[in-house]
Design a protein around this ligand. Structure first.
Ligand SMILES: Cc1cc2nc3c(=O)[nH]c(=O)nc-3n(C[C@H](O)[C@H](O)[C@H](O)COP(=O)(O)OP(=O)(O)OC[C@H]3O[C@@H](n4cnc5c(N)ncnc54)[C@H](O)[C@@H]3O)c2cc1C
Length: 348
């Protein structure tokens, strides 16, 4: 018997979850397909941080995104009955007096001063050298994305809304406003397929480049920090003596497989930073859905208006996903125009 839904979502990463939550809040019916072929959301460091820590500028629309993301993750934690949002400051290791000056200059900015402390923190332990102090970023923290995804999938499965299968793009049949996919019919399919978009015949021409990232989980008993340290690597504290160290950026390798090259690069950076020993406990890799102009890609197919895309979250999916999902939902349901800079029509 044919089943009818308002929406099919393809992909249960940060994008698919955020869009599913919009549908749930509006009582729209949906099913979600996922085949675990992409790993970005599962292996992500999960860091959210509104400030770009290279040049001390606000990340793209990070103030609005932070305002949307905070209640979104809070409500999702309550609904799922699990904690995955660990709020903690990010501290940037300053390497010179020039960097200190740049930091202080940035804290004069009326927007940035909400996110950056104008007092530097000294660190006197021996685990790493800190001659120029640490600059602290507020409103930052870490989402345990793996815990979020696993809990979300479990809840969807219990509701009969998760289909643990590959979505076969070639099985779509379109007849006017109705879309048929095997025994399912729906009004719209929203593709949140991450770098899997490269196999999606409807949207594969979009300039999604993909940037592989690798992370190490390390045990480092002498480090003892309860904040996220940003130097040449991010060090994100987990439970006990465990830390996530990452991540690499590789534009050529498009596989989810951890590589020797990635591990060596991270070890080189860690060895330069740390004065203490560490052991590698795990090594993770995934492909970030990055776009040539570094903006998300949202919109509908130029011929088949029921086929939609929510992708291009790049390296900041934690903050961008709830923001972008809201924009796409308002566009589809309320005909709110998409901002030009994220509309896929910018590439046509
Ligand atoms: C090493 C690393 C570290 C990162 N660290 C951070 C960080 O600290 N903070 C941050 O904000 N971002 C981080 N990112 C980026 C972040 O992971 C991405 O922005 C985000 O996960 C993208 O989410 P997505 O849902 O668009 O894509 P994905 O997570 O790739 O999800 C796509 C989903 O679609 C499914 N799928 C694809 N094709 C099909 C199909 N045909 N049928 C069924 N299912 C399908 C896949 O299985 C997958 O579950 C990191 C990424 C990496 C790789």
């Amino acid at each position: 018997m044919a089943m009818h839904y308002d929406y099919i979502i393809v992909g249960c990463g940060l994008a698919g979850i955020a869009f599913a939550e919009k549908l749930r809040q509006s009582n729209k019916s949906f099913v979600l397909f996922d085949d675990c072929s992409q790993q970005a959301s599962m292996v992500a460091g999960g860091l959210y941080n509104p400030v770009m820590l290279k040049r001390f500028t606000l990340a793209w629309k990070a103030d609005i995104q932070t305002e949307i993301a905070q209640p979104y993750y809070h409500e999702l934690e309550s609904r799922l009955g699990v904690k995955f949002d660990y709020k903690m400051p990010v501290r940037r290791l300053l390497r010179s007096s020039e960097e200190q000056n740049n930091w202080f200059q940035a804290t004069d900015d009326p927007v940035l001063k909400h996110y950056m402390s104008d007092e530097l923190i000294q660190y006197d332990e021996s685990a790493f050298d800190c001659n120029h102090g640490l600059g602290e970023v507020y409103h930052s923290g870490r989402i345990d994305t793996l815990k979020l995804i696993n809990t979300f999938r479990k809840a969807l499965r219990a509701e009969g809304r998760l289909i643990d299968k590959s979505f076969k793009y070639e099985k779509i049949e379109i007849a006017g406003a109705n879309i048929k996919y095997m025994e399912i019919s729906c009004h719209r399919v929203v593709f949140c397929d991450g770098f899997g978009l490269k196999r999606n015949p409807y949207f594969k021409s979009l300039p999604l480049n993909g940037t592989k990232g690798e992370l190490l989980k390390i045990q480092c008993p002498d480090l003892k920090i309860d904040y996220i340290l940003k130097s040449s690597v991010f060090l994100i504290p987990l439970e006990g003596d465990l830390y996530l160290a990452g991540s690499t950026y590789n534009r050529y390798d498009k596989t989810n497989v951890p590589s020797e090259k990635g591990r060596d690069e991270l070890c080189r950076r860690l060895n330069k930073l740390l004065n203490c020993d560490y052991t590698i406990v795990d090594h993770l890799a995934g492909v970030r859905p990055t776009v040539s102009d570094r903006r998300p890609i949202l919109g509908t197919h130029n011929k088949y208006k029921g086929l939609c895309v929510l992708n291009g979250l790049g390296s900041r999916g934690v903050l961008i996903a709830p923001f972008a999902a809201g924009i796409l939902f308002d566009h589809l349901e309320n005909e709110t125009p998409l901002p030009e800079e994220i509309d896929i029509s910018r590439f046509s």
